[in-house]
Design a protein around this ligand. Structure first.
Ligand SMILES: Cc1cc2nc3c(=O)[nH]c(=O)nc-3n(C[C@H](O)[C@H](O)[C@H](O)COP(=O)(O)OP(=O)(O)OC[C@H]3O[C@@H](n4cnc5c(N)ncnc54)[C@H](O)[C@@H]3O)c2cc1C
Length: 497
């Protein structure tokens, strides 16, 4: 429907959900199941499984990721941030790993935020529902020759007496195509696009892709809808009794700022995990491209916020990991391709980043990594190197382009002494807490119902509302919080017949 000249189109709905990722999909399904008319607005496109399979990984990177997966977080060093921008949000391109938040983490958040009601006992039923709906399984290694990169990680950990675990993933009939992070080509990974969202649609929810929300509409106290722009530039005013904001850890604080809702606090404390990528060469064939993203994760140092796992290997991913190296070096690595694994060591940062909405769209991100963080990165690299050498690697390429490859612990120690904060080449795919839930006097943006302090009619229910950094893959925690926030809303309003 085109608007008449000079007039905006208007759409009425009970509930408007902004963003169709891990958080927004929960709200859409639960609200539709409770009898609400639900409209979901999603900035990115809708891409089905057949289209994901037909396009190559490089094309899917461009289509499914914000800024093609290359959003810079400025600072020393600049960090490359990746998040999804499509129906299903980042779950369309994530690893499908689903961990429950540790009870001690939730207890710590309650103490720091001053908000109860999100402890292990409160979230347990939601975590059970999420796991059941998504079909969470313990992912075993694939066929006898698959996932050798994960098997090597497990073997190295066993040699050192370190704890590792099979991955807990949301996959149904994984065919080990090794394309999780560019969109599962078989539909096995249970992203929101093939799980929660189709169920919500079956219950009447309307999903509107290619539609970007520009700002929320309110009178200074009560949010009553949002103004959005569609693919042809048409502006539509969506009027709703309630708005659920789930535009992700960057999009949500940016929209709050653009709408003058908690604009000073929103986006002030984006918490990040960062990844160190080490390319390891082994004397034998690894064929790391055979098998799903990974089947084993090092857990020994999880309480220090350090986890390690292989990542999907492809020639493109390898070239990205080696982007700063000389052409001759890259050629050498490609010659050794069958003997390589790319390993990710994930570190929880202490220093936070800021998100600032830019005029006309987009966000400016800056981080303030601290000396503590640099020491944690050094320690994480040391741990990862020890493990890979114990697993039999004969060459390690650290995520610092100016550093030569390493093959002994003495070399690793020398690297650790010399590396400077600005040298690291870091990637992040986990952002959170940028509109965190905490009492107002403790610096919180949202209250215990997910409402930005001082506002009615709006609930935040995505990664940004988490009270802090998880230290583990966040999807399970985000979905459990979204369930609890939505359940409170339905309870407060009463179920509609
Ligand atoms: C490569 C990769 C691997 C990962 N692997 C894992 C894993 O294995 N396990 C795990 O737990 N986590 C993983 N994550 C992280 C996890 O997927 C995210 O933390 C989670 O999806 C965040 O949920 P969310 O609802 O906050 O945001 P998202 O899922 O990112 O959804 C937000 C949606 O809002 C839309 N949006 C933004 N702004 C607007 C706007 N103005 N108008 C309309 N729509 C808008 C976006 O396009 C997006 O689709 C991974 C992430 C990446 C990038």
């Amino acid at each position: 429907m085109r608007p008449r000249h000079g007039r905006r189109r208007t759409v009425d709905t009970d509930v408007l959900v902004i963003g169709s990722g891990a958080g927004g999909s929960v709200a859409a399904l639960e609200l539709a199941a409770a009898g609400r008319s639900v409209t979901v607005l999603e900035e990115g496109p809708r891409v089905g499984t057949a289209a994901l399979a037909a396009a190559g990984p490089a094309e899917n990177m461009r289509t499914l990721y914000r800024n093609g997966g290359l959003t810079p977080v400025l600072g020393t060093p600049t960090i490359v941030y990746g998040e999804g921008r499509a129906v299903g949000g980042t779950t369309l391109v994530n690893g499908g790993l689903l961990w429950d938040p540790p009870p001690a983490l939730l207890a710590r958040w309650a103490a720091v935020s001053g908000i109860d009601g999100y402890r292990a006992a409160d979230l347990a039923p939601h975590l059970k529902t999420v796991a059941a709906r998504l079909g969470a399984i313990v992912q075993q290694h694939g066929g006898p020759d698959a996932n050798r990169d994960s098997r090597l990680l497990a073997a190295g950990a066993d040699r050192l007496g370190w704890r590792w675990q099979h991955a807990r993933r949301v996959v149904q009939g994984c065919l080990h195509r090794n394309r999780c992070t560019t969109g599962c080509p078989t539909g096995a990974k249970q992203s929101m696009a093939v799980s929660y969202l189709p169920r919500a649609e079956a219950l009447g929810a309307r999903i509107t892709p290619d539609t970007r929300v520009l700002r929320l509409l309110h009178d200074g106290r009560t949010v009553r809808g949002a103004l959005a722009t569609g693919p042809d530039g048409t502006r539509t005013e969506y009027r709703a009794r309630a708005v659920f904001l789930a535009a992700g850890p960057l999009g949500t604080p940016a929209l709050l700022q653009r709408s003058h809702i908690q604009q000073r606090r929103a986006g002030r404390e984006l918490a990040l995990h960062v990844n160190l990528r080490t390319v390891a060469r082994f004397p034998e064939r690894v064929d790391a491209q055979d098998g799903t993203i990974f089947t084993a994760q090092l857990k020994e140092f999880g309480d220090r916020g350090i986890l390690m796992m292989p990542s999907n290997l492809s020639r493109g991913a390898l070239a990205a990991a080696l982007a700063g190296r000389s052409p001759a070096e890259v050629t050498g690595y490609l010659d050794d391709y069958d003997r390589l694994g790319v390993y990710t060591t994930q570190v929880r940062l202490h220093g936070t980043a800021t998100v600032r909405a830019l005029p006309g769209g987009g966000q400016l991100l800056r981080h303030g990594m601290t000396a503590v963080d640099h020491r944690a990165l050094v320690e994480a690299f040391r741990i990862g190197s020890r493990l890979l050498l114990a697993a039999g690697a004969d060459r390690l390429t650290p995520p610092v382009s100016s550093a030569p490859p390493l093959n002994t612990m003495a070399g690793v120690e020398e690297f650790c002494r010399r590396v400077r904060p600005g040298d690291w080449e870091l990637v992040s795919v986990h952002g959170m807490a940028s509109a965190r839930m905490a009492q107002a006097e403790r610096g919180g943006v949202c209250d215990e119902r997910g409402r930005p302090h001082g506002f009615e009619g709006l609930r935040v229910c995505d990664a940004s509302v988490l009270p802090g950094v998880t230290g583990i893959s966040p999807q399970g925690t985000i979905m459990a919080f979204a369930h609890e926030i939505t359940a409170h809303f339905i309870e407060d309003e009463g179920t509609v017949a």
